[in-house]
Every structure is written in C-alpha cells, then in structure tokens.
Design a protein around this ligand. Structure first.
Ligand code: GLC
Length: 661
C-alpha cells in the first residue's frame, strides 16, 4: 500500500470521508495526493473556478456521441473506444476519475436523462457499460458506475422513493450494474432517491449486503452530489465518499463516533478503500495516445455505427442525385451535441453544415441547397417544393431533454411536427432526421414521409457521420436500444410520475419490450430494430448442448444485398411455461457481423444458467424451473428469423412442486 492508514490522525480520516470542494478529495494535510473527479459520460466536462473572479467555467473538450447513441451501435468495441478516447482528455486535464457511465434502465421515455443511459434492457446496458469502463480505465483513469440505483426519472429524484419488489429489482434494475462490475469500476455512485423508503446513500442492504457482500464490489462508493442525508448513517452503510464538500459532514461523523454510533472499524473500512483508490489514481496512469483530430475521428466513427435507419420507403436513401433540399434548422446541430445538465460537453468544434457535406460527397450529380435562415417557413416550403428530395433535420436538444427534469410528453415540438407535415404535403420524397435523445411519438407524421433516420444526440461528429450514411458512403447498421412506442399512453407508466413521496414500480419486470410484448401492443419501432441498405438472410440454426444449462447457439447470416454491411443479430430466450409471470422473451446475447455483399458467415452465441433463470424470492436465488424454453434468433425483438425449442431437466431435488397443468 502506497498510503498507510496508520499515518493518519482520526480527524484527518474523518475529513477524508467528504470532498474538499466541488470536485476534489481531501489530502490529509498533504499526506495524500489531490484527486480530481469530473463528469461525464458524453465527454470531459471539467468545471474550473477562476481564482480571481470566482467564475466557474467548463474546459473545452471533444463532444462525443451521447451514451444512448453508443447503445444503438450494439458494439462493445466502440463503447471501449469511446471510453478510451474520453480518458485521453482526462489525462490531458489532470482528471483522475470520469463520473460515468450511467446504466439506469429506461423505464419511461419521459425521463430527462435517457440520452445519458444505454437501454431498456439490462443485458445490453450492462454489456456496453462494462466495455466503456474497460476503455476508460485502460488509460489509468477511473470511472463511476452510476446511479445506484432505481433513479429512473428526474421528477423529484432527490426526494421520491422508488418502490420496487425484490424480484423486479434483481431481474431488471440490478443486472446492468452486476455485469458492468466485471470491469471493476474504481467507484460506484449512489443515487439521490430513496429505495423502498431508505435513502440510497445510507441503504445498507443495497450498498453493503448486495453491492459489496453479494456482488463482491471492493471499490469506493461515492454519493451523487448532495445525495447524502446523514453523514454517519452513510458511512455505516459503507458509503466511502460524500461529495461535494459539506460543511457539517465532519461534525456529523465525529459526533456519531464519539457517541458510539459509528465504530473506528467502520470508519477505517472506508478509509482503507479510499487509500487503495488514491493509490490507483497515482500509479496506473498511461500516456495520451490520441490527438484532438483523432478523437474527433473516433467520435465520427462511433456515430456512423449508431445511426438507425428506421424507415426507407422506395429506397429513397441513399441519396444519389438531383435537387436536394436540407431544412429544419438542425443541420449543423451545435445545439444537439447532447442533452442538458452535468453531461453537457463544451466543444469548440463547429461542424460543417449538412448541406455542404452532402454536396461534397455527391459532387456534380446533385444540387444540394438549404435555407440559410431556418424557420423562414415560406421560403423553406418554397425550396422544399422545388426539390426532388427534402431532408428535414429536426429534434429536441438540451432544452427539452436535460438532467433535473422530465418531458411531459414524447412528441416533437408542435411547430416541428407541423413543419414536417407541411413539407411532406409539398414534397412526397421527404426524409426526416431526428436529433433526439430518447424515444419519441412520430405518429403525427411518420406515414407522410418516405424515410426516417435516427441520428440522436451525436456530439461534434454528427454531421459528418450523417452525411456518410445519407449518401451511402457508409451503410447504416445501428439498431434501437429502446422501443419507440406508438404513443406515451402505451408505455408502462404513461404520463404518471409518482407523487413526490414515492412511485411504485407496478409494472414489475415488464419494462420496455418486455411490457409491449406481454401486453401484445403494437409499437412504432421495436427494440433491436434498424434497417440497412443491404438485406440479410438467416439459416441453419444449430444448438450444441454443453451441459444441462449451457448451450452454444450457431446459425448462418448471409448478406443478400449489393453493398457491404453489418448486421446485429439478437438471441432471446422464452420460458414456455413458468410458475411465475415472465416476459414473452428476454435478450440474452447479441453479436454484430460484418458481411460483404453476397457473403455468408457462421455466427455463434452462448447461453448459461442465468440465461434461463428468474429470481426466486422465496428461494432467495436465481432459479430455473424444469421445462421447455424457446431459443429465438432475431433481427429485432419483433423480427424472429430462427427458433428452436429445448427442454431443461435439472434434478428434482432442485425443483419445487409445480401446479398440476
Ligand atoms: C449530478 C448528477 C451526476 C453527476 C454529478 C456531478 O447531479 O446526478 O450524474 O456526475 O452530479 O456533476
């Protein structure tokens, strides 16, 4: 150990349990290093105070694609690349820990921070978060897996209790953390809210019993900023670091210690973890390996694979020639770099507007023009009606999707809906590009346009990547990591948001596609859905039994299109008959395959005990009931291409009596 707890006085130890200021840890009178924590998931957001003026400013950094867009790549390698890219800017700016990634499950599309989270599905979220953490920490910069847990909306996030049954907690809201912990994040950040009536920051069941004792986490637990309600109760629950500095934290903990409410052993457990953490911040740093330009290119590369082609009637895309109008005001998207709040990155990169980028790529085959005064509607409509194709860039941006607030509906702003409808009346060859950070209701206009492309909150690389996709320089391969419902009322919570004291998660495990499938509801665009300029065929499914609960599933994917492309294949499991209510299907593995035009490849994925099990509260463990299971191979959750049924028979002694069916 580089830092010896025996060198610290009691007061120095107690001071260390709380931040020195907004972003730094205490240094025990210089005995310890100064450690700096900074946001955020979509790029470095280092806040610095001007010592003379006291003014707080944000360091300029590369605006990377937002987490939701990374999720739409379904690509752990790109999640890793994103994390490693941001880590280089942390190294350049003396930041020791990046406060990311967030893995909260997208229970409602209303949540203001969905752009910062991965998915409605815990397996996809956890798998990508694990890779992201590995990417950041490969450079010797720490991470903070957040927000632990059940922070699934912004409404009253600092005072409302998320009320959830244990099976739902373990099957839906914990697994993304469980999977991501395999990457050994240096810190885990607790959430603001209460969980079943106890503040997350002092919830010993969550922090000590589950996170530490059951999941084996031995790193630092840090509070969300100002999430600690009682300093000593937080320490007792094994929360190591209260952030930011709180004037009364030292007294609160010292009084508790003097009254015997807190033991020196409990204090030293936190200090030991903090010292081990500080040692990592000083001994594992790697060198910076990317230039500013390379980081920008990495951003473009990730966005290119996260763009989702959601509709493409008559093959109107890719654009090839003719008069092309670009309108809608979001074609340079500085305001759609990302959602608002602590994750918003200040980038100094100004993208070349989309119409100029399209013109460069299409050359003299096309005449691309834009209304340089967006929202001069009369002029926009005039230009739109004269074009062969109209590309409308619309979106929400950081003033609609932001931390600290939820949306009250999921439609585009009414003036944007009207703009799309009016353009489509003037030009049937209308393409809509969405700069949005979460699912939206497109029902007002989707049937009136020929194509819909989900760009997302793409950061500074958005326009280049979009131009590559729209012109066919790159083939779209992104797929949705969250369901687009027909309307808000079809979602599990509709417009409800709790009463400020508590919100019950009445839908249980039926979240996202699990909900829509179990209710047999139509959706606008399903989980796992995304089109390509190519077409794929699936064939020859084989299942190799490795044990009673371990299987290798293989099949052939063929690109029958005429362009090189990538296909994301998904593996779902259905418990045909269970004693508990279970979702119609659940994602258990996925793989992305690059295929040249005409090429076939053999693909394999794996299933293990947890792929089939549900969490049994009476048995206090993950449990497989004997019986039939369907193994489904899908191009999306609603486009199952191959399936086989298997039967699992575990020893009767491991079973309990099932109803006589
Ligand atoms: C914010 C966010 C958290 C962020 C922290 C520091 O309130 O909830 O995600 O990392 O405080 O800005």
């Amino acid at each position: 150990m580089k830092y010896d707890i025996k060198q610290l006085t009691l007061d120095e130890k107690l001071a260390l349990l709380c931040g020195k200021d907004g972003w730094r840890l205490e240094t025990a009178n210089g005995k310890l290093p100064s450690v700096w924590l900074s946001d955020g998931p979509n790029g470095l957001r280092k806040r610095v105070k001007n010592e003379e003026t006291g003014e707080l400013t944000t360091v300029k950094a590369t605006a990377m694609p937002n987490i939701h867009l990374i999720a739409n790549t379904w690509d752990p390698e790109l999640a890793y690349l994103d994390g490693a890219t941001i880590a280089d800017e942390c190294l350049e700016n003396d930041v020791d820990v990046l406060l990311a990634p967030g893995v909260n499950i997208k229970r409602t599309p209303l949540c203001g921070r969905n752009f910062e989270y991965f998915s409605e599905d815990p397996y996809l979220a956890g798998t990508l978060a694990k890779a992201y953490i590995e990417g950041v920490q490969s450079k010797g910069v720490g991470t903070s897996l957040k927000h632990y847990c059940l922070n699934n909306r912004e409404f009253c996030r600092t005072c409302q209790s998320s009320e959830v049954d244990e099976r739902t907690l373990r099957e839906i809201y914990l697994p993304a953390f469980e999977i991501a912990l395999q990457a050994k994040p240096w810190t885990v950040m607790c959430s603001y809210n209460l969980v079943n009536g106890v503040w997350a920051s002092e919830n010993k069941w969550l922090l000590q019993d589950i996170l530490r004792d059951e999941f084996g986490y031995d790193g630092v637990i840090v509070s969300d900023w100002n999430a600690v309600r009682s300093g000593w109760r937080a320490v007792k629950a094994s929360l190591d670091l209260c952030m930011p500095y709180r004037f009364n934290h030292f007294e609160n903990v010292k009084t508790a210690y003097e009254n015997g409410w807190l033991t020196e052993e409990e204090i030293d457990a936190c200090i030991t973890r903090l010292l081990a953490f500080m040692e990592k911040t000083q001994t594992q740093k790697q060198s910076v390996t990317t230039t500013k330009e390379q980081r920008h290119e990495n951003a473009v590369k990730i966005v290119r694979e996260g763009i989702v082609l959601m509709k493409n009637d008559d093959g109107i895309l890719p654009l090839k020639q003719g008069n092309i109008f670009v309108g809608g005001g979001w074609f340079n998207t500085c305001n759609a770099y990302g959602g608002g709040g602590s994750a918003y990155v200040q980038s100094e990169y100004l993208p070349q507007p989309l119409h100029e980028q399209l013109a460069e790529r299409l050359g003299d085959k096309a005449n691309v023009f834009a209304d340089v005064l967006p929202f001069m509607l009369r002029q926009e409509y005039e230009l739109c009606s004269r074009a062969d194709v109209a590309v409308l860039c619309v979106g929400t941006g950081k003033n609609i999707e932001f931390e600290g607030g939820d949306r009250t509906d999921i439609r585009l702003p009414i003036e944007q809906e009207e703009f799309i409808v009016n353009c489509a009346k003037r030009n049937p060859n209308t393409v809509v590009v969405l700069n949005t950070g979460s699912a939206i209701d497109v029902s007002a206009w989707v049937d009136k346009v020929k194509a819909v492309v989900l760009l997302g909150f793409a950061g500074e690389g958005g326009m280049e990547a979009l131009a590559d996709i729209l012109t066919g320089k790159a083939c779209p391969c992104g797929k949705l990591s969250e369901t687009f419902p027909v309307c808000l009322e079809d979602t599990p919570t509709g417009s409800a948001h709790g009463n400020g004291f508590y919100e019950r998660y009445d839908e249980g495990v039926f979240v996202g596609y699990r909900w829509f499938d179990s209710k047999e509801k139509q959706v606008q665009f399903p989980f796992g859905y995304g089109l390509s300029y190519a077409k794929f065929e699936y064939s020859d499914m084989q299942i190799k039994k490795l044990s009673e609960t371990d299987y290798e599933v293989s099949f052939t994917v063929t690109n029958v299109g005429d362009c090189d492309a990538k296909e994301i294949s998904q593996l779902y499991v259905r418990d045909v008959c269970a004693m508990v209510s279970r979702p119609d299907k659940e994602l258990k593995d996925f793989v992305k395959t690059s295929l040249k035009a005409g090429e076939s490849k053999r693909v394999s994925m794996n299933l293990n005990y947890r792929s089939f099990a549900f969490y049994s509260v009476p048995l206090k463990k993950w449990h497989i009931e004997n019986g039939d299971f369907d193994i489904l191979i899908g191009a999306s959750s609603r486009d199952i291409r191959l399936q086989r049924r298997i039967e699992i028979t575990l020893p009767e002694t491991e079973q309990y009596t099932k109803t006589a069916l």
